[in-house]
Design a binder for this molecule. Structure first.
Ligand SMILES: *[C@@H]1O[C@H](CO)[C@@H](O)[C@H](O)[C@H]1NC(C)=O
Ligand SMILES: *[C@@H]1O[C@H](CO)[C@@H](O)[C@H](O)[C@H]1NC(C)=O
Length: 321
């Protein structure tokens, strides 16, 4: 079955509850597309079927849009790792203890990195793998995707401007929305990315940006993802639950808590985008090497994903919202 890009892209532009979401993921996509090499950009534009500057930003939330569909259900535990630690006294991620048998964000990043390198896979599978990689690098940088307490804060009720929200939502969306003000998600994310790119190139992150890549070891995606996850999980003790998960219940977070959290969130988005670019450059270089020496059967371009079923399901799902 051959599918037009129009259909494939209509999938990513459906409205939905976009976790870390609209804004965080899309912004990391814009940042990464600024820092990737020219050859990575050319390769990914071709693979993802877009010549537009938002070729990465547009796919950064795709993994969230499929996770609640029947087809995508197998990915539902790939977006996080439930650190069974004890904030605020101790924060840590233990791979054996915390990664679910059905997979976690650590194994997912490794899995889809490997698939994106595999010349025996057809292009649509490598495209899908790249979209997962782009998304999971983002999730690894949201503190509450690296913490178990009350399902990553989903079960913790707090106040935001006097209204009830759960803490996970505050870190996914409310903090960024307050920082950026009102507007359409893509233009807001694009503007946010420009600010953060400036801070990386010539601003508050310039001196430290090289340290952001010290844990990156392309020969060991599991250890790399774990290092990023541990760094992020540490923020849970300091900024997410400075006085523990019980003390935060019912608290108003749009004031002082927000003032402390916003710079942390910004740095996490900047780091995610910068690391994503470095990771994708390594993927594309390695893929090209493997592809050049590949002697197996050439995969065809045929799009044999159960896509009709998926579109139908997504219409059902989003239709209900
Ligand atoms: C990458 O592309 C940009 C814009 O097309 C160009 O200005 C730049 O020289 C290129 N860089 C390299 C290393 O080829
Ligand atoms: C790896 O990816 C494949 C293809 O999407 C999936 O079926 C499998 O469950 C994944 N495995 C892990 C451990 O993430």
């Amino acid at each position: 079955m051959k599918l037009s890009n129009a259909v494939a892209f209509s999938l990513v532009s459906l409205p939905g509850a976009m976790a870390w979401g609209g804004l965080g993921h899309v912004t990391t996509g814009y940042i990464a597309s600024h820092f990737v090499s020219n050859s990575t950009e050319a390769y990914l534009k071709q693979l993802l079927g877009s010549r537009e500057p938002d070729y990465m930003a547009k796919v950064a939330s795709w993994a969230d849009s499929i996770r609640y569909t029947k087809w995508g259900r197998f990915t539902s535990t790939f977006h996080f790792i439930d650190a069974h630690d004890n904030p605020p006294e101790s924060c840590n991620v233990d791979f054996e203890r915390d990664c679910k048998g059905t997979g976690c964000v650590i194994t997912a990043l490794a899995n889809y990195t490997e698939q994106s390198l595999d010349p025996s896979l057809p292009p649509w599978r490598r495209a899908q793998a790249a979209k997962f990689v782009i998304h999971f690098v983002g999730d690894l940088h949201q503190p509450l995707h690296n913490e178990d307490a009350s399902k990553g804060g989903n079960g913790i009720h707090v106040k935001w401007n006097g209204r009830d929200f759960n803490l996970h939502h505050v870190w996914d969306s409310s903090i960024a929305e307050k920082w950026l003000g009102r507007g359409k998600p893509y233009p807001l994310a694009e503007k946010w990315s420009r600010d953060l790119i400036d801070e990386i190139n010539d601003g508050i992150y310039t001196e430290e940006k090289d340290t952001w890549l010290v844990d990156l070891d392309f020969s060991d995606p599991i250890e790399t993802a774990l290092a990023w996850s541990r760094e992020c999980n540490k923020l849970v003790c300091k900024y997410v639950f400075p006085e523990g998960p019980e003390a935060i219940v019912g608290q108003e977070l749009s004031g002082e808590y927000y003032e402390n959290a916003a710079p942390i969130l910004q740095k996490q988005v900047a780091r995610a985008g910068y690391r994503m670019a470095a990771w994708l450059d390594l993927i594309v270089d390695e893929y090209k090497k493997r592809d050049a020496s590949f002697t197996g059967k050439r995969p065809t371009d045929d799009y044999d994903e159960p896509i009709d079923e998926l579109v139908e399901e997504m219409e059902d799902y989003f239709g209900e919202l």
